[in-house]
Design a protein around this ligand. Structure first.
Ligand SMILES: Cc1cc2nc3c(=O)[nH]c(=O)nc-3n(C[C@H](O)[C@H](O)[C@H](O)COP(=O)(O)OP(=O)(O)OC[C@H]3O[C@@H](n4cnc5c(N)ncnc54)[C@H](O)[C@@H]3O)c2cc1C
Length: 420
C-alpha cells in the first residue's frame, strides 16, 4: 500500500449548508478533520427563500440521537416543539390509530426547516467552523491526492476530500456520476403554515395528526395555547417549479386549499380559515428520487438527500441526513479516504434502503400517510375499506409499534466505537 492511500483525511470541502452540511462539518471537526462549508445562497433566510425552503418537518428520535453523538442535539431541542405521538384520522374525523415511539427515546420534535438550518449553522460557527455563502459549486477536479472545487463567483478551494451535501438536485452527484437519475415530480404541491393563538380548536396534547382527507393529505398539531401548525399536499397533475408555484400567490393557494378540504370533518377547514396569506409557506413541488447507485468516486462522496432522499412523508429525511453525516465522519476519523468511503457505504446502504422500502410499503402508519399524500386520493369504496381495516391492522401489529416501524427510531451511533 502506498503512503498516499494510507494517509488520513486532514481537510474537507463540504458543499451545501442545509442540514447534512453543517452536521457533517461538526462531526468532522469532532473527528479532528478541518471542514469548510460552501453554501450556494448568499443570504441567510430572506422571506422568499424561507417560503421556498422552509416547510415544517419532524426530527425523529434517531436523528436527535445522531446529533447527540456530536453533542449537537440541543440545537434541535431548543427550537423544536415536542410531538409525543402520531395520530391517523379519516376525512370523516374518525380516529384510526395513534402511535408513539418507545418512551425511552428522545421525543420527536417539530421544527421549521429554516430555523433548523440556522440553528445548526450557528452551532457550527460557535465551534469555529467556517461557512462561506454565495459559493455555488460548478465543478470539481480530483487530482488523486485532493480535490479542487470551482465556484460560480470564480473562486477555487482545495482540500483532501469533497463531500456533497447539496440536496436533492446535487451538483456533486452529477460530477460523481453524470448518468445519475434526476428527481421526478410526484404530482403534488406542498404547503404549510403556523396559525397564531387564534383558534378555538382543542389542543391535540402533543399528537401530530395525519389525515386522509377526502381530496388531499393534511397534517396538523394544535398546542395548548391554541396556536397550531399544519401542512398539506395538494394533488396537481401538471408539474410546477418552485418559482411557478410562488408566482400563483398565497391568497390564491389558500382559496384552492380551502376548497380541497371543504368536506373534511377534521380541523383542516378551521385551520385553513384561520391562516392568513402572509403565513403560508409555499414549499412547492413534491419530488421523489430513484435510488442512487453511486455514492462516491475518487475523493468525492455524497451524504443526505444528495445520496438518499426519502419521501417527505417518511419523516426521516433530515434524520437520515444527520446519521449519514456523523457516520461518514467516524469512518474518516479511523480510515484513509478510499476505505472510509467503502465502510461508510456498507454501514449506511442497508439502513437507508430499509427505511426507503418501509416508507413505501403497506400497511405502516408512515406509509399510510404517504398513501394519503398521493396525487390520487382514494375513492369511496377504498376509503371505507381503509377506515375499517387500518385500525385492525395497527392493533394486530403489537399496538402498532411493529407495523409502523419503531425500529427506525432506535438507531443509535456509538461515536467511540472504532470503524474497521
Ligand atoms: C415538504 C417536505 C417535507 C419534509 N418533511 C420532513 C420531515 O418531516 N422530517 C424529515 O426528517 N425530513 C423531511 N423532509 C426532508 C428534508 O427536508 C431533507 O431530507 C433534508 O433537508 C435533507 O438535508 P440535506 O442537507 O441533505 O439537503 P438540503 O436541506 O436540501 O440542503 C442542501 C443545501 O445545499 C445547497 N446547495 C445546493 N446546490 C449547491 C451547490 N451547487 N453549491 C453549493 N451549495 C448548494 C442548498 O442551497 C441547500 O442549502 C421533507 C422535505 C420536504 C420537501
Amino acid at each position: 500500500m502506498t503512503a498516499r492511500t494510507t494517509a488520513r483525511t486532514r481537510t474537507a470541502l463540504v458543499i451545501g449548508g442545509g442540514i447534512a452540511g453543517p452536521v457533517a462539518a461538526m462531526a468532522l471537526h469532532k473527528a479532528g478533520i478541518e471542514a469548510t462549508v460552501y453554501e450556494a445562497y448568499d443570504d441567510s433566510v430572506s422571506k422568499e427563500r424561507s417560503s421556498r425552503f422552509g416547510g415544517g418537518m419532524t426530527i425523529a428520535p434517531n436523528g436527535q440521537q445522531a446529533l447527540e453523538a456530536i453533542d449537537a442535539a440541543e440545537a434541535v431541542r431548543a427550537i423544536g416543539t415536542p410531538v409525543t405521538a402520531l395520530g391517523l384520522r379519516s376525512w370523516t374525523g374518525r380516529h384510526l390509530a395513534q402511535l408513539a415511539p418507545p418512551a425511552d427515546l428522545p421525543t420527536t420534535r417539530f421544527v421549521w426547516r429554516t430555523e433548523l438550518q440556522e440553528a445548526l449553522v450557528a452551532e457550527a460557527a460557535r465551534r469555529g467552523i467556517a461557512l462561506h455563502r454565495g459559493k455555488r459549486l460548478l465543478d470539481a477536479t480530483d487530482t488523486g491526492t485532493g480535490v479542487t472545487a470551482r465556484f460560480s463567483d470564480g473562486s477555487l478551494a482545495r482540500a483532501d476530500i469533497l463531500i456533497g451535501a447539496d440536496g436533492l438536485r446535487s451538483t456533486v452527484r452529477s460530477l460523481i456520476d453524470p448518468s445519475t437519475p434526476k428527481p421526478h415530480y410526484a404530482g403534488m404541491l406542498t404547503f404549510s403554515a403556523s396559525v397564531p393563538k387564534s383558534t378555538e380548536l382543542p389542543s391535540t396534547e402533543g399528537v401530530l395528526y395525519m389525515c386522509f382527507g377526502k381530496r388531499a393529505y393534511f397534517a396538523y398539531q394544535i398546542q395548548d395555547d391554541g396556536s397550531a401548525v399544519w401542512s398539506a399536499n395538494l394533488p396537481h397533475r401538471e408539474p410546477m417549479t418552485s418559482t411557478e408555484t410562488q408566482a400563483v400567490g398565497a391568497g390564491e393557494w389558500l382559496k384552492r386549499l380551502r376548497e380541497a378540504f371543504t368536506d373534511d370533518r377534521t380541523p383542516a377547514p378551521d385551520l385553513l380559515a384561520a391562516t392568513i396569506p402572509s403565513d403560508l409557506v409555499i414549499t412547492g413541488p413534491t419530488e421523489t428520487m430513484p435510488p442512487i447507485r453511486t455514492w462516491s468516486r475518487g475523493r468525492m462522496i455524497l451524504i443526505g438527500d444528495a445520496a438518499h432522499a426519502t419521501p417527505p412523508t417518511s419523516g426521516q429525511g433530515a434524520s437520515l441526513a444527520s446519521e449519514s453525516a456523523v457516520e461518514l465522519a467516524r469512518c474518516l476519523r479511523d480510515l484513509p479516504p478510499g476505505e472510509a468511503f467503502k465502510a461508510y457505504e456498507s454501514l449506511r446502504r442497508p439502513r437507508v434502503d430499509r427505511i426507503l422500502k418501509h416508507a413505501t410499503a403497506a400497511p405502516t402508519a408512515t406509509s399510510a400517510a404517504a398513501r394519503t399524500a398521493t396525487p390520487k386520493p382514494a375513492g369511496p369504496l377504498s376509503r371505507a375499506l381503509r377506515d375499517a381495516l387500518l385500525p385492525v391492522a395497527m392493533k394486530a401489529g403489537g399496538g402498532g409499534s411493529a407495523v409502523w416501524g419503531a425500529w427506525q427510531f432506535e438507531h443509535r451511533i456509538d461515536w467511540d466505537e472504532r470503524v474497521g
